[in-house]
Design a protein around this ligand. Sequence first.
Ligand SMILES: [Zn+2]
Length: 168
Amino acid sequence: MNWKTIAVILAVGFFLARGSRKKRIMISKNFGLDEFTKSATAKRLGINNEPDVTALMNIQELVNKVLQPLRDGLGVPIIITSGYRSPALNAAIGGATNSQHMKGEAADIKSNDNARMFNYIKNHLPYDQLIWEAGDDDQPDWVHVSYKGVGNRKQILRYYPGQGYQDI
Ligand SMILES: [Zn+2]
């Protein structure tokens, strides 16, 4: 191998490493910040979806108190389908005007068994709001969970598409 080849390999390695560091800022053992900020809609419409410091702190709390303990308790991957939403993104997707997603306090999540995930949070973890989203009596299509540092309401709701929310 001559020095030119070695230089090219080093340069490619450097840029790959730099790129992967940018994409994966880990906020716990299993969750990266990109999982909370990525949004196909934001990308498509050119909307900035970077959380501010307060939202970042709330995301970290949600992960520390709910999502990582949930991941550890169930031992299966948790997929975040919607995490942080900037006010512009929330408006673009028609989210509730007071949505906790805008504060970094809420996440929509899925796993291989959404009902088990819902029940694990309900029985073992702190939360502000826990929502059984759509689906049927056996499985929700996804679960919404929020957490606040102070004043968690421990509210449990079910969302029926086209009808709204009901206490359960
Ligand atoms: Zn949600």
